[in-house]
Design a protein around this ligand. Structure first.
Ligand code: SF4
Ligand code: SF4
Length: 127
């Protein structure tokens, strides 16, 4: 697996951090099931999305938090969090064997997302 830098604007997600960062330890990108193979970014989804509803939900998401290394979420001091990215969208030009992504940066978006299918990897390019 590789580690593109994630810029995420899905502020409805429990893993979202101000500054458009993701504090998940791992981010999994999939095709939307019903289509099988993605033709555009809208067909992709961040399966690690978890809708923020209550403060208790923040605790529920703690199994997938990037607490390794020097990152301490409330005290970022401008440090970049870099979750591991695994991707199953194998017809994207950035996809590599081992379900890796070789893009330097990816952009995850999904205005007012309520479920994983509402999120997209905007960096997807059909190969
Ligand atoms: S939608 Fe995905 S990339 Fe964005 S904050 Fe949530 S888990 Fe991270
Ligand atoms: S850019 Fe392509 S390979 Fe990388 S995470 Fe997005 S869809 Fe997957």
């Amino acid at each position: 697996m590789s580690n593109p830098i994630i810029k995420c604007t899905v502020d409805q997600c429990t893993h979202y951090m101000p500054g458009d960062q993701c504090m998940a330890a791992k981010v999994s990108v999939y095709n939307e099931e019903e289509r099988g193979q993605s033709k555009g970014a809208e067909d992709t989804q961040c399966k690690s999305f978890h809708q923020r509803k209550t403060v208790g939900d923040m605790l529920g998401a703690l199994h997938n938090v990037n607490i390794g290394g020097t990152v301490s979420a409330p005290f970022l001091d401008g440090k970049q969090i870099t979750p591991v990215v695994e991707c199953f969208v194998n017809n994207c030009t950035h996809w590599q064997e081992g379900n890796a992504c070789n893009a330097g940066n990816i952009h995850v978006a999904g205005p007012n997302a309520g479920k994983t299918q509402d999120t997209d990897c905007e960096t997807f390019r059909n190969s």
